[in-house]
Design a protein around this ligand. Structure first.
Ligand SMILES: Cc1cc2nc3c(=O)[nH]c(=O)nc-3n(C[C@H](O)[C@H](O)[C@H](O)COP(=O)(O)OP(=O)(O)OC[C@H]3O[C@@H](n4cnc5c(N)ncnc54)[C@H](O)[C@@H]3O)c2cc1C
Ligand code: SF4
Length: 464
């Protein structure tokens, strides 16, 4: 599936954009607020180290294309990152204006202003390097592999991505909330990334099933693992097999990419189990689709949620509510979920450092609902690599050297969620980039390449 054959009638199309694109005047005014700090702390808080003052300066001097080039040099998925990055806790969080009690520079919105026309009009800044004859296999077509593959093409290596699904982009296409990024925007960006040429994608090809690791080892000079995470974790309680019980990532993917998918008409009350960002996203999505009463059911209190505070505040403004210190013990229904039965929890001791909880006997209560969404994380896919010599696993996550993306097997590199256990798109992009540098060093015996962060000697210069 590409942008051209993505179904039109997708549920996510009901969501308007969170922020419309800045006008030229708004962008110029905002860019001119920037102080262009010499030691720009915002650069350090961007995982891909985009030269933020430079790209903003280029907007201020009406060099929009130059601005896009600065961004994409560091982050080839800079267009989607502009919309999906939690800027409140990344680049914008360290803007010096925060210390002056003023609004930080709207870096994400300026980044989108710069990159959107380049992506939409296919303005290319990079070209493939001289062919090296080396071949790299990449597992999964998510942000980590796409970033890695693009960088490898700039070095001149051949790349083939093996993707289990029928479309690319991983969670950037079928996971991030539609009010941040629509699937067609992600697919358009991937078309753009692939215009460098030579990023082949084999769809519907699950590594470990349709092609084995041994085959990849034989056919390729290096392997990058960007397989992300597995299916939704599941609650081990009675009733999870009833209709109306969904895993969060599964449900979101249906909303985002499935043709004609609709929530059943009789869904009026929903319980979303979890306290992380995915749980909050689902809550906001269900409210956005008109579900009357949406509750986030969490076993701790509001302050202990792992999801971003700004996102939860947004959800509450949209009418969501929280049910705290509540542990689901059963989903009650006939053939369809009708209620979520919970038991109250409480801290096990008065020690504020002790986070353990205990169930309160006899405190069961039912929350009537027509839909239960389980948002308690995703499983790890590490098992697939358990037999690969030298590849170490830590609770299902692939262990790498963070400076190089290398695993304990010289042929295997990894990055993204399969390593971190779940972070942001921008982290996956950075880890793909880092691994590409090390793969290049391996394939060319160039130790300098992996040591030098942004070596333009090893990555061919952008087209000017
Ligand atoms: C619901 C949700 C919302 C999110 N919202 C945001 C957000 O707003 N902002 C943000 O920055 N981040 C967000 N994230 C996190 C972000 O999407 C991930 O960090 C990022 O996509 C990770 O990239 P990746 O390439 O490592 O993995 P993925 O994006 O998961 O891509 C992995 C790819 O590998 C494929 N694959 C897996 N196993 C195999 C196999 N054996 N063979 C072949 N292919 C395989 C998968 O099908 C998938 O396409 C969200 C995550 C979730 C779950
Ligand atoms: S990529 Fe994300 S974190 Fe980095 S500058 Fe852009 S919006 Fe900020």
């Amino acid at each position: 599936m590409t942008k051209s054959n993505l179904p039109e009638n997708r549920l996510e199309n009901r969501f308007p954009e969170k922020e419309p694109l800045l006008t030229k005047r708004e962008a110029t005014v905002e860019a001119n607020r920037c102080l262009y700090c010499v030691d720009a702390p915002c650069i350090d808080s961007c995982p891909t180290s985009i030269d933020i003052p430079e790209f903003i300066r280029r907007i201020a001097t009406e060099n929009r294309e130059g601005s896009a080039k600065t961004i994409l040099e560091s982050n080839i998925l800079g267009y989607s990152c502009a919309q999906v990055c939690p800027t409140e806790v990344l680049c914008e969080s360290t803007c010096v204006f925060n210390e002056m009690d003023e609004e930080p520079i709207r870096i994400g919105e300026l980044q989108r202003y710069a990159t959107e026309p380049a992506i939409e009009n296919d303005v290319q800044f990079f070209e493939a390097g001289e062919p090296t004859g080396k071949r790299v296999a990449l597992i999964g077509a998510g942000p980590a592999s796409l970033s890695c593959a693009h960088r490898l093409r700039r070095y001149g290596h051949e790349t083939t991505i093996f993707e289990a699904k029928s479309y690319p982009g991983g969670l950037n296409t079928d996971g991030v909330a539609p009010y941040k990024l629509h699937a067609h925007q992600s697919l358009k960006e991937i078309d753009y990334v692939r215009q460098i040429g030579g990023i082949d994608i084999e769809y519907n090809t699950a590594v470990g099933k349709d092609v084995t690791l041994e085959e990849l080892e034989e056919d390729f000079d290096a392997i990058f693992i960007g397989a992300g995470l597995g299916p939704d974790n599941w609650l081990d309680i009675p009733g999870t097999d009833l209709d109306g019980v969904w895993g969060a990532v599964d449900l979101i993917a249906k909303m985002k990419v499935e043709e004609g998918y609709e929530l059943p008409d009789d869904v009026h009350t929903a319980c979303v189990v979890g306290g992380g960002n995915t749980a909050i996203d689902v809550v906001r999505e269900l409210r956005g689709l008109g579900v009357d009463d949406v509750m986030l059911v969490y076993r701790r209190d509001e302050a202990s949620m792992s999801g971003y505070e700004h996102e939860w505040e947004g959800a509450k403004k949209e009418g969501a509510r929280g049910v705290w210190f509540s542990q689901p013990v059963e989903i009650v229904g006939d053939d369809h979920a009708r209620a979520l039965r919970c038991r109250k929890m409480r801290p096990a001791s008065d020690d504020p450092d002790d986070r353990s909880l205990e169930l309160v006997d006899g405190s069961d209560f039912d929350i009537d609902c027509d839909l239960v969404v389980v948002a308690i994380g995703q499983s790890k896919l590490g098992d697939l690599f358990a037999d690969v010599d030298g590849v170490e696993l830590d609770w299902g996550k692939i262990v790498i050297d963070a400076e190089t993306g290398r695993t304990g097997n010289t042929k295997y590199f990894a990055g993204g969620d399969c390593v971190s256990g779940g972070k942001e798109v921008v982290d996956a992009v950075e880890e793909g980039k880092v691994a590409a540098r090390s793969i290049h060093a391996l394939l060319t015996d160039d130790a300098e390449a992996s040591a030098d962060e942004e070596s333009t000697e090893t990555a061919p210069s952008p087209v000017t």
